[in-house]
Design a protein around this ligand. Structure first.
Ligand code: CA
Length: 237
């Protein structure tokens, strides 16, 4: 059975390109132009992934994402028209899994779709509806359990006692193992007023997080420092 991808995009020309690229790659694409139609389809169909435009006529994609994240963990790839939206989207606290900036190549888009679907190994089918929101991220190859509704993270089954900043930092790393985040982007994600903080405070917080992780498992160090680049969560265990 082909996996169904929901495309929520109000510009028909862009939607056409996306639908064509997805169908060519073996997916079944369903296109709607508004958030409310998207909501409706999400209720009725077994959607494997959503491609979500940020600028929709009836609501913003960000609002839509926040709303459906109350009871759905279906993977979401944002479409952004402007580069300055990317920072907000990358601040993954709103619950997106990836983003792609317009204009994009169809091949790039389907590659992202496949990569995100690979991360979510379970494929929803009509008999097993959408995965439940808790936990958002958990699999056999990670010792972390991220519960975004309770804003808590467990490590080897031990709940971590984290500050808001530490939670946001670790949450970001956990959601995309292997992805390297610069200190600058982590600061944007974790701080309410990043312009008032210094880069080295990211290092300080990472150090504290590492200490808390070490207290659980002294033999492991899941956060990698990429010299000159930033930080990433190890991909393999
Ligand atoms: Ca739009």
């Amino acid at each position: 059975m082909r996996q169904q991808i929901l495309v929520i995009e109000d510009e028909a020309a862009i939607a056409d390109t996306i639908v064509y690229a997805l169908e060519t790659d073996g997916f079944e694409a369903v296109w709607v132009a508004t958030g409310s139609e998207g909501r409706e389809l999400l209720r009725k169909n077994a959607i494997a992934l959503i491609i979500l435009d940020i600028g929709l006529p009836d609501m913003s994609g960000i609002e839509f994402c926040k709303e459906i994240r109350q009871d759905s963990s279906v993977p979401i790839i944002f479409l952004t028209a402007r580069n300055d939206e990317i920072d907000r989207v990358v601040g993954l606290e709103i619950g997106g899994d990836d983003y792609i900036a317009k204009p994009f190549s169809p091949r790039e888009l389907t590659a992202r779709v496949k990569a995100v679907l690979r991360r979510y190994q379970t494929v929803p089918t009509p008999s097993t509806p959408l995965p439940k929101p808790v936990p958002t991220t958990s699999s056999d190859d990670t010792p972390f359990l991220l519960d975004e509704t309770r804003m808590s993270i467990s490590y080897f089954d031990v709940p971590l006692d984290l500050t808001k900043c530490e939670f946001r930092l670790l949450q970001t790393l956990i959601r995309h193992p292997g992805r390297v985040y610069s200190r600058e982007s982590l600061k944007e994600i974790a701080w309410d007023e990043p312009e008032f903080s210094l880069d080295r405070t990211v290092d300080t917080h990472i150090k504290t997080i590492r200490g808390k992780l070490r207290a659980v498992r002294p033999d492991r160090d899941p956060i990698e420092t990429r010299r000159g680049f930033g930080y990433a969560l190890r991909e393999s265990w």
